[in-house]
Design a protein around this ligand. Structure first.
Ligand SMILES: [Zn+2]
Length: 277
């Protein structure tokens, strides 16, 4: 796990074990807030040791940016903290999340003892704020990767924890390209110093515009190619021929996971619009 400080008392932890997942930490005078957890217990435990043992600050809240296991399984390690998430996140963790943890337990020793911890406090459409000392954490809906996407904006520092609304390669699980596009367009308007993506490197102020534009171009390319595929005799074969580079991204992103996500984006989007390819 790599630890990085992005503002006073604002930290980012990046997984070295799975897909460069990011978790965040805001340390206040009386307690701390954790934003997402890391997939493997040992890395989440390292975060807990850092904040509770080294800094001596109890974690009072854990905010889940969305329901996916690589961001939420570590809720379990912050006993006594209140977990905050979207209403949909709670519902999905309780169903698909529970099933996938059950499956993961069969193959992974480390996950054997992990229990699912659902959000205690849920938000719907509106926005919600948390105070940490003199800081304000604003929870901002950012759907698109999944319908339950939430960003966390550290208002005073202009740092956004975007969850998977922003990744080195967009991943549109729910197939909702419109929501993804709207969420991406919202990011540069927030006048940010840093974007902490759900996965990968922290984006600095001067890079945000380009990073968002590159993701918007990619999403538009997927949409265009899916439409083209729908006019072909064999849409599946056409989609298989669309390389990630044609859509302006590199296959080496996310430790090589990018190619797989690209395939899933094409097939997922095609499935949503036209049925199975
Ligand atoms: Zn993720």
């Amino acid at each position: 796990m790599i630890r990085e400080r992005v503002a006073d008392n604002v930290y980012v932890f990046t997984s070295e074990l799975y897909a460069q997942v990011n978790a965040g930490l805001i340390v206040g005078p009386d307690f701390s807030v954790v934003i997402d957890t890391l997939a493997y217990p040992e890395e989440t435990q390292e975060i807990r040791e850092f904040v509770e043992d080294r800094l001596g600050s109890p974690v009072r809240y854990v905010v889940n940016t969305h329901h996916h296991a690589d961001h939420t399984l570590g809720n379990w390690w912050f006993k006594g903290a209140v977990v905050v998430g979207h209403r949909e996140a709670r519902a999905m963790m309780d169903t698909v999340g529970r099933e996938s943890l059950e499956r993961a337990r069969q193959t992974s020793r480390e996950l054997r003892d992990v229990q699912l911890v659902l959000p205690d406090v849920v938000i719907d459409q509106g926005e919600m704020s948390l105070r940490v000392g003199k800081r304000t954490l604003q929870l901002v809906p950012l759907p698109g990767h999944s319908p339950d996407g939430l960003g966390v904006l550290v208002l005073e520092d202009r740092v956004l924890f975007s969850g998977d609304a922003m990744m080195p390669l967009p991943h549109v699980v729910s197939g909702d390209l419109e929501a993804m596009t709207a969420s991406l367009k919202r990011i540069p308007r927030l006048k940010l110093e840093n974007v902490v993506q759900g996965h990968g490197e922290v984006i600095l102020r001067g890079e945000i515009q380009n990073a968002v534009r590159s993701n918007l171009n990619y999403v538009a390319c997927v949409r265009r190619e899916v439409t083209r595929a729908s006019h072909r005799k064999d849409p599946g074969a056409y989609l298989a021929s669309v390389s990630i580079e044609e859509c302006g991204k590199s296959r080496i992103l996310l430790g090589g996971l990018a190619e797989d996500l690209h395939r899933r984006n094409l097939l997922g989007m095609y499935g949503t619009l036209y049925g199975k390819a």
